[in-house]
Design a protein. Sequence first.
Length: 70
Amino acid sequence: MSAFPSSDLELRAADERRRLHSSVVELKSRVRETLDVKRNARKHVLLGSGLAALLSVVLGYGFAGVFTRR
């Protein structure tokens, strides 16, 4: 048998379940914050605008190059 009475083991198991539940809740909130599109868009608006402008210039130059010959 075990060195601990079953009531002590049940209390320890309940405590572990509570700690695991709180860890999962904390992880969910962190993931939700990290993947929040609006928050990330506001945080990185300059980088996104710069990349969009660069992509537009590259695509525009390539598209214009199709119709012009040198």
